[in-house]
Design a protein around this ligand. Sequence first.
Ligand SMILES: CCCCCCCCCCCC[C@@H](C)C(=O)SCCNC(=O)CCNC(=O)[C@H](O)C(C)(C)COP(=O)(O)OP(=O)(O)OC[C@H]1O[C@@H](n2cnc3c(N)ncnc32)[C@H](O)[C@@H]1OP(=O)(O)O
Length: 365
Amino acid sequence: MILADFGAQVVRVDRLSRAAAVSTHGDVQARGKRSLALDLKRPQGTAVLRRLCRRADVLIEPFRHGVMERLGLGPEVLLQENPRLIYARLTGFGQTGKYAKSAGHDINYLALSGVLSKLGRKNENPYAPVNLLADFAGGGVMCALGIVITLFERARSGRGQVIDASMVEGVAYLSSFLWKSQKVGLWNEPRGENLLDSGAPFYEVYRTSDGKFMAVGAIEPKFYNQLIKGLGLNWDELPAQMSLFGWPEMKKKFASIFAQKTQAEWCSIFDSTDACVTPVLSFDDAASHQHNKERSSFIKNDQGEISPRPAPVLSRTPAVPSCKRDPFIGEHTEEILLEYGFTKQEIAKLHSDKAIELNKLKANL
Ligand SMILES: CCCCCCCCCCCC[C@@H](C)C(=O)SCCNC(=O)CCNC(=O)[C@H](O)C(C)(C)COP(=O)(O)OP(=O)(O)OC[C@H]1O[C@@H](n2cnc3c(N)ncnc32)[C@H](O)[C@@H]1OP(=O)(O)O
């Protein structure tokens, strides 16, 4: 979706719709993609993909290690036919190693990277913050970064290469700050008792009187001072900001004060200060918040669905996300094959061989 938002022509290779209905969940990030329904279990189907890959810039494959090789679509085959191809392999555990052939999901990859052990509150089990970190940040975004890097390199060398994008390593790499800040004492305490993992009273979330929350991130003394002022506290009567022993007591104090006003009241106190205090917004509230509206941070598609605008914002060539509905499976099979030089007769043969699916009719209804 990121690559499509920023101008790539993305073809999603789908299973034929009957197989897809039982074996896959919907692609809710289909924005800007076209669907080519191809049965890769038939030799005619893999032959089509090979032919497409001779002209494509990038192939992204999201299967367990060994699947593409069994289909005769491994990198050595496709790169030989197109030495400029970027062959991106997005997996959880990577192409090698003990777990390379095991099933897994975000929480497993996060666990193996070491990062999950750092997430969670004091005296509680580690907590996986939905599937954002390994699946999307360490996986999808890192893979997209790899693709952009290799395309840039290819402009000089003229050569493609294989990207082994493992979600374990992607999220571990993303956590370099945690690894490399161990020596400075940021993580000396148990989980949930450090500066940035909900140990500190000035880096916490507090409940307001209307059941909403405020996020506090007042680390530097000059910002912490403004927090203390906004809370109506007297600096001289409090323990030092960085006194770890005082933190539990301070948290209680902050919590009881935040509980006395509504979120809107706290916003009117802290907005336009440098106290680093912001409301914790629901999706609805985020989309309608004044700051986000002023920046058009959220967009609406033709179906009225609201989602985040592609980031970052580029000054000269900004992303242009598609506003159209998501594709039906096989909606663009014929159009894509024609573009890639298949004749109408070849397409009809593939169709009668059940190697492809054409869903144009449904799309026109
Ligand atoms: C009740 C409804 C519920 C709906 C729920 C929707 C919720 C959606 C939320 C999802 C959140 C998921 C989130 C937490 C995640 O972590 S997603 C990340 C998952 N992990 C990965 O992507 C890592 C890399 N992938 C993998 O490790 C594996 O693909 C998985 C995810 C473990 C799935 O394993 P699997 O289902 O056994 O699939 P694989 O072993 O990859 O083999 C795929 C088989 O499918 C076949 N295939 C593929 N394309 C075609 C085609 N076009 N036509 C015919 N066949 C096709 C392949 O050939 C392969 O077959 P085979 O080699 O097994 O015989």
